[in-house]
Write a protein that binds this ligand. Structure first.
Ligand code: ATP
Ligand code: MG
Length: 413
C-alpha cells in the first residue's frame, strides 16, 4: 500500500505556504511538494478580504499540487492572530473502581472536564493540551493509564480562538477547494518543527516573528504553559525603514533583507548602500549603520514585549534552554545576539530539521510553521492509530477532522 500523504497550509500575512508530505514506513516525513506564494487579504494574522485570501490560498495549493503531482483534497491549517487566547485549566474526575487500573476513558473524562472552562459563545476551544496528570495527589505523572488511584486530575493548556476569525479562515481554505482537517495554533506547530524534546524538558520559548504577528509558546518540563500572539512583526521593521530612510516600501524591504543587521556596532560605520528613492531622486545612498539602528530599535522593543509576555506565563529562571527564533524575520543577521541581550536567555535561530525529500527548500526559519503543522498532525495520527489500531489509513483525513482535538486530548504527548 502507498504511504499516506497529507498536506498543511500556513496562511501567513506575508506568504501562503502549502506543503505536501508522505509518511515513510519508518514514520518520518518525506516532503513531496511545496507551494509558496504571496499572501493577500490578511492583516495581523486575520482575514480581512475573503476573495483576495481565497485566491492567494488557491494559488499556493495549486503550486504544491503541481510540484508534488498530487491532488490536495484536505489540509491541516495554522491559525494565529490577536484573537487567540489561552489559559491553564485543571480537570478532575473520580475513578469509579480504584481496584482497576486507570483507562483511556478515565483520561478522556478528565480532559473533557478541563475543557469545560468559561468560554464566551463568540470563542471556540481549539486545543486542550495535557501538561501532566496527578493520581491521588502524586504530581507530574506523564501517562496515568495503567496506574491505580481513586482520583485523577489533569493540568491542561486550553487555547481558544475568536469564532468569526476562525470561520473566516476556514471559509477561505474551503473556498480554495480544500477541506480543513484540523486547525492548529501556529506557535505550537513551529515548536514541533525546530525544538527537540530535551529543550522542551529544560524549558524553552519558541518565538515566531512573521510579517504581521509574533507568535510565542512557552514550554516548561516538556509541556506548553503559555501561548500568545503579538500584533507586531517584520512588516513593522520595514515600515520604520520607509519612514527613517524616506524610501518606498519595496526598497525598504529589499534594504532590510540585503543590508539589515540587528547589531549596529557590527556594521561598518562608513558603509553606504544604494537604494531606490521617492520622486525625482531615482536612487539614493543611505548609511548601512542607520539601517541597522532602525532595525535594532524595533526588534529590541519587540523582544521587550516578548519578555513581558513570557513573564506573564512563567518565571524566566525555569527557561534553561532559552529562546528559539523562527519566522522570516529570524533571518535578520545578529537577531539571536540581540535576543540574548534583551532577554538574558540563550538564543538561537530555528530551522526545520530531520526532513527527507525536498527539504532544502524548507531549510529556512520562515518555514517552521508549515513543517510544524505537518509534524503536529503526524503526531495526532500516531496517537489516533495507537488508540484505534483498526482505523484504515485512507480515512485518516475525514476521521481526523472529527476527532483530532478529541484524540489530542485522549493521550499525553
Ligand atoms: N533576511 C531577512 N531579514 C529580515 N527580515 C526578513 C528577512 N527575510 C524575510 N524577512 C521578513 O520576514 C517576514 C515574513 O516572515 P514569514 O514568512 O514568517 O511571515 P508570515 O508567516 O507570512 O506572517 P505571519 O506569521 O505574521 O502571519 C517579512 O516581514 C520579511 O520582511
Ligand atoms: Mg507565520
Amino acid at each position: 500500500m502507498a504511504n499516506p500523504t497529507f498536506a498543511a497550509i500556513d496562511v501567513g500575512t506575508t506568504k501562503v505556504c502549502t506543503v505536501v508530505a508522505e509518511v515513510t514506513s519508518a514514520g518520518d516525513l518525506r516532503i513531496l511538494g511545496v507551494g509558496v506564494g504571496p499572501s493577500a487579504g490578511l492583516t495581523k494574522g486575520m482575514v480581512d478580504n475573503i476573495h483576495a485570501a481565497i485566491e492567494a490560498i488557491a494559488s499556493s495549493v495549486e503550486r504544491a499540487e503541481r510540484a508534488s503531482g498530487t491532488r490536495i483534497l484536505s489540509a491541516h491549517v495554522g491559525i494565529a492572530g490577536p484573537h487567540v487566547s489561552s489559559m491553564n485549566s485543571r480537570g478532575i474526575v473520580a475513578i469509579a473502581d480504584p481496584r482497576h487500573p486507570i483507562t483511556e476513558s478515565d483520561v478522556h473524562r478528565a480532559l473533557e472536564s478541563a475543557r469545560i472552562v468559561n468560554v464566551p459563545n463568540n470563542r471556540e476551544v481549539i486545543h486542550v493540551v495535557p501538561r501532566y496528570y496527578v493520581v491521588d495527589g502524586q504530581d507530574h505523572v506523564v501517562d496515568p493509564m495503567g496506574m491505580f488511584g481513586s482520583r485523577l486530575d489533569v493540568e491542561t493548556h486550553v487555547v481558544t480562538a475568536g469564532s468569526s476569525a476562525m470561520h473566516n479562515l476556514m471559509q477561505c481554505v474551503e473556498g480554495a477547494g480544500v477541506r480543513v482537517d484540523s486547525i492548529i495554533l501556529e506557535p505550537l506547530a513551529s515548536a514541533e518543527a525546530v525544538v527537540d524534546e530535551e529543550e522542551l524538558n529544560q524549558g524553552a520559548v519558541i518565538c515566531d516573528i512573521g510579517g504581521g504577528t509574533t507568535d510565542i509558546a512557552v514550554f516548561v518540563q516538556g509541556a506548553v504553559v503559555h501561548t500568545a500572539v503579538l500584533p507586531v512583526g517584520g512588516a513593522h521593521m520595514t515600515r520604520d525603514l520607509v519612514v527613517a530612510l524616506r524610501v518606498p516600501q519595496p526598497a525598504a524591504e529589499l534594504a532590510k533583507r540585503r543590508y539589515g543587521h540587528a547589531i549596529p556596532s557590527l556594521v561598518d560605520e562608513d558603509e553606504e548602500v544604494e537604494v531606490d528613492a521617492f520622486g525625482s531622486e531615482g536612487r539614493k545612498s543611505v548609511s548601512r549603520r542607520l539601517i541597522a539602528e532602525v532595525l535594532q530599535a524595533r526588534t529590541e522593543e519587540l523582544f521587550e514585549m516578548v519578555q513581558a509576555e513570557i513573564r506573564r506565563g512563567v518565571d524566566q529562571d525555569v527557561l534553561s534552554a532559552g529562546i528559539v527564533l523562527t519566522g522570516g524575520a529570524a533571518s535578520l543577521p545578529g537577531i539571536e545576539m540581540l535576543a540574548e541581550d534583551v532577554l538574558g536567555l540563550p538564543a538561537r535561530v530555528g530551522r526545520p530539521r530531520h526532513l527527507q525529500g525536498l527539504s532544502d527548500l524548507l531549510n529556512d526559519p520562515a518555514y517552521a510553521t508549515s513543517v510544524g503543522l505537518l509534524r503536529w498532525s503526524l503526531k495526532e495520527r500516531e496517537i489516533m492509530l495507537r488508540s484505534s489500531p483498526g482505523v484504515p489509513t485512507a480515512s485518516f483525513g475525514g476521521l481526523l477532522r472529527k476527532v483530532a482535538n478529541l484524540m489530542r486530548v485522549v493521550l499525553p504527548q
